[in-house]
Each structure stands twice: as C-alpha cells, then as structure tokens.
Design a protein around this ligand. Structure first.
Ligand code: A2P
Length: 269
C-alpha cells in the first residue's frame, strides 16, 4: 500500500487520539510549511499550548510535540512545521495533502500560556524559526490584549523567505474582525535575519542586548517590573534568552507558580 493510500484511507484512531482531516497546506520554503486540520468538537486548549501529532502510517505511529498555531476560539487547528529530510515524522508529514488523516493525542499541555505569567504591561514573545508557532496562537487571542498593553513578537530567522509565515500572520491578525482592532498599534512585529542582508542582520538576542529593539520600538530596556517574556526556539536560543532575562532579575514562571518569563522548546527536529 502506498503512503498516499494509507494517509487518505478511513482510519480508526486509538483511544487516546483524535483522527483529523487536513483542510489546508502551504509550503513556504524547502524547510518550512504549515497545515490546518479539522478540530474535534470536544478538544479544548489554551492558546500557546502544544499537542502530540502523528500519522497513521505505521502500526506504532511516531508522535512529535507541535505547538498549536491557531487561537483557542478557531474551529480548525493550525500547525507550523519544519521539514527534516530524515525526520521520523516530518519526512512524511511534509507530504500531507488536503483530505489526509493526521493523528492528534487528546491532551494539550505547555507553559507558554498567559496563566503562567504575572500581570504586566508589555509582553515580549521571543522566537526563532518555527518557535513563532505558539505566538501565532496567542497574538490572535483577545485575552492577550486584555492582559497586556503592548505585545512584541520578536522573530529571528536565517533568510528572508523564512519570515513569510510571521509576516502573513501579523497582517492577517491586524485585519482580523475579532482581534484586529485590539491589536492595532499594540502588536509589534520585530524581525532579524542572520544569514542574509537585512536592516537588522543579527540574532534577536543581539538586537535586544545591544538596545536596537528598545530604540526602534521606543520602549524601555527589558525590565522585570513591567515586562513579561515568553521564549520559544532552539535549545541554544532558549539558553541565551533565559540568561538574558535572568540577568535583568526576571524569574521563571510555570502553570503552578506564575512568574516573569516562561520558556518552551520549539520541539520538532
Ligand atoms: P544563526 O544563523 O547565527 O545560527 P535555525 O534555523 O537553525 O533554527 O535558526 C533560526 C535562527 O535562530 C537563525 O537566525 C539563527 O542564527 C538563530 N539562532 C541560533 N542560535 C541562537 C541563539 N543562541 N540565540 C538567538 N538566536 C539564535
């Protein structure tokens, strides 16, 4: 049986999984794509959480953690993914088409949620690569604008085409009938590129530490009194952003003990 026929065949999901149907696929580069799928009526999550995703292409399907990139009010689920040539899941997932089946474990979880942060004025979302996915959910959630006056999405990538997802996302958010008005003048998208000429050819950590972010946005430097931070990217990026936050006196939060910053790995490799 070909992979095509396996993915499009009706599938009886294991008890701890939902079997969902792909409704949309968009490829951005040879390393990045997004897809949407149906949402089970019973599935609830908080914007910023992740779930385990798999394919019905093996007796024991491989599952990987994926941040849900759509907001909690949306009736479909969106995911933004890297394509790894030999990645146990993404090798196949990158070929999904409209109508294919994707498996999703039933329990969402995660720390990049508004509940894990103490009240503050500005929310900084620091991301690299597909680490922008949980923030794609959060910037489309009205609660984010109820809790914070200013929302800054920092996104660092290697090359320009890798910024396309974030650029589309922010443009759509600002035009969205539900959150567009709330986000106007309060949602800031700050991008950096490291491997291509760009007005900010540097890592986001450098842009923050060297004062470019506060200069360009007209905001004070990171400060534990007013600023809250969510961080999502590679292990190295998390380490450096965490160190930067801790150097300002910020403390890490969690679901059980809200704090000043929260951290999660952009999982799929
Ligand atoms: P660089 O090109 O200097 O490695 P990737 O595609 O490998 O996930 O990287 C996405 C972006 O994250 C790249 O611009 C990369 O920069 C940057 N990056 C890598 N490590 C760090 C780090 N420790 N802190 C901040 N940005 C990082």
């Amino acid at each position: 049986m070909s992979l095509d026929s396996i993915l499009s065949a009706p599938f009886l999901a294991p008890a701890n999984c939902h079997a969902q149907t792909v409704t949309e696929v968009e490829h951005f580069t040879d390393r990045l794509f997004r897809f949407r799928m149906t949402r089970p009526a019973s599935f609830r999550f908080r914007s910023g959480e992740f779930v385990m995703i798999g394919l019905p292409n093996a007796e024991k399907p491989v599952f990987r953690a994926y941040s849900i990139a759509s907001p909690s009010w949306d009736d479909t689920l969106e995911f933004y993914s890297i394509k790894v040539p030999d990645g146990p899941l993404t090798e196949h997932l990158q070929n999904v088409k409209i109508g294919d089946t994707v498996l999703m474990r039933k329990k969402p979880t995660g720390t990049l949620v508004l509940d894990a942060l103490l009240p503050g004025k500005r929310l900084y979302m620091m991301s690299t690569g597909t680490g922008i996915a949980p923030f794609a959910s959060l910037i489309r959630d009205p609660e984010t604008y109820e809790k914070f006056e200013q929302v800054v999405v920092l996104h660092g990538c290697r090359e320009k085409p890798e910024l396309a997802y974030g650029e589309e996302l922010v443009a759509q958010t600002l035009a969205d009938p539900l959150v567009g008005e709330l986000a106007q003048g309060r949602l800031h998208h700050y991008t950096c590129l490291t491997r291509e000429s760009h007005p900010r050819q540097m890592r986001i950590t450098q842009a923050l530490e060297q004062g470019y972010v506060s200069r360009d946005l007209g905001m004070p430097p990171l400060d534990p009194t007013d600023d809250r931070v969510m961080i999502c990217g590679s292990i190295d990026m998390l380490r450096d952003c965490r160190a930067m936050c801790e150097a300002t006196g910020m403390t890490e939060g969690s679901n059980s003990a809200p704090g000043i910053f929260v951290v999660e790995r952009a999982f799929v490799d």
